[in-house]
Design a protein around this ligand. Structure first.
Ligand SMILES: NC(=O)c1ccc[n+]([C@@H]2O[C@H](COP(=O)([O-])OP(=O)(O)OC[C@H]3O[C@@H](n4cnc5c(N)ncnc54)[C@H](OP(=O)(O)O)[C@@H]3O)[C@@H](O)[C@H]2O)c1
Length: 336
């Protein structure tokens, strides 16, 4: 595979990330943006949330917070049965009365995503909050068995498919008084991304940074288009995306230096979870949709992500790629 990474791109990536980390650090030490304390939340007891990648990192900490608010939580995970059992035991020891389950899903396989969504629909559970959190970063080149580049598949396409298959249930669960919410966990690195429509799956050359940035940019663009569509059709559902912060987690497994500096200098996953919970439950956001949220405030996303022509092109390409898994669902238009 030909490498598409250039020195200047990699340099820019590190300077950009370091700047973000520095600004976050200053915000936190001076309490400029101070977390969830003082926030007002929607009534949560008995409501149901579904989160992907909820057994580790930001996802796991988000699950803890949702359970502490009295929500019922379903976690989508590809971990082994033993790992899941350990995770459940830990959660139940922290929140003895909690209702939490872990269901298997491999987001690299669209068949698996479809089975997972079907299981959810058959369960009859409502779905008030969907958090599309799971992700991989800077992984070596790999095409999934469906022929998709792995970042695009795991971070973006799987979550589009999941959202679409669950949308009827999400719509039923929202009301004008208390809208259902979809939170896409994107990244500040979307600012460095562009969508390579001519080579979405990096068949002509690969750069892990570009593929990650592209997948996170796609999430931002999808957030905007989906929210616009739902708003125009009068559905009681809000869609937003977030940058959770620069958080030390397993996500950095392909970044060689992270294990040396991460534990000391980067934020802990519970900080990232605060941003996810804010987007999912803050009363302040009850009329906010189609936005990009950083550090507890709505922030402009990249200029590229706001281009309506590119958003439509991506939307149409996305459903074309996912067509084999969509036959009977026509709850959302595949061309706009
Ligand atoms: N950490 C940061 O600095 C940062 C910054 C910006 C954005 N984000 C975003 O935040 C989200 C969470 O990241 P994190 O830092 O919490 O990373 P993490 O600790 O590595 O968690 C990622 C989760 O995704 C799951 N996952 C990965 N591939 C999967 C697949 N094929 N099928 C099902 N689940 C899969 C992992 O499951 P396994 O454990 O079973 O692999 C894990 O639970 C990601 O979308 C990431 O892009 C993170």
């Amino acid at each position: 595979m030909i490498s598409k990474c250039t020195f200047s791109e990699v340099f820019l990536l590190y300077v950009f990330s370091a700047w973000y980390w520095f600004v976050e650090f200053i915000n936190r030490i001076f309490w400029l943006k101070s977390g969830l304390s003082g926030q007002v939340f929607l009534r949560c007891e008995g409501r149901t949330a579904l989160i992907t990648g909820g057994t580790s990192g930001i996802g796991y900490e988000t699950v803890k917070k949702l359970l502490s608010f009295g929500m019922n939580v379903i976690i989508g995970s590809k971990s082994t049965a033993e790992e899941n059992e350990r995770c459940l035991q830990l959660l139940r020891s922290l929140y003895p009365k909690c209702k939490v389950e872990i269901w298997y899903v491999d987001l690299a396989s669209m068949d698996s995503v479809k089975s997972f969504a079907e299981k959810y629909v058959l369960s009859g559970l409502p779905l008030h909050v969907l958090i599309n959190n799971a992700g991989i970063m800077f992984a070596p080149f790999e095409l999934t068995k469906d022929g998709f580049e792995s970042h695009l598949a795991v971070n973006y396409l799987s979550h589009c498919l999941l959202t679409k298959l669950l949308l009827p249930r999400i719509k039923q669960s929202g009301s004008e008084k208390c809208k259902a919410r979809i939170v896409n966990v994107s990244s500040c690195l979307h600012f460095l991304g562009e969508v390579d429509f001519a080579d979405l799956h990096s068949l002509m050359g690969y750069c892990p940074h570009q593929s990650y940035e592209q997948s996170k940019l796609c999430q931002v663009m999808f957030t905007r288009t989906l929210n616009r569509y739902l708003k125009n059709s009068g559905c009681p559902v809000l869609v937003n995306c977030i940058h959770p912060g620069i958080i030390y987690s397993n996500l950095y497994q392909y970044v060689w230096w992270a294990k040396y500096v991460g534990p000391i200098f980067l934020q802990k996953p519970d900080k990232g979870a605060e941003v996810a919970v804010y987007a999912a439950l803050s009363a302040k956001l009850e009329t906010v949709g189609g936005k990009y949220i950083e550090e507890f405030s709505v922030t402009p996303s990249s200029k590229y992500s706001k281009d309506a022509t590119l958003q439509t092109r991506l939307w149409n390409e996305t459903w074309k790629m996912l067509q084999p898994w969509l036959e009977e669902v026509d709850d959302m238009p595949e061309e706009i």
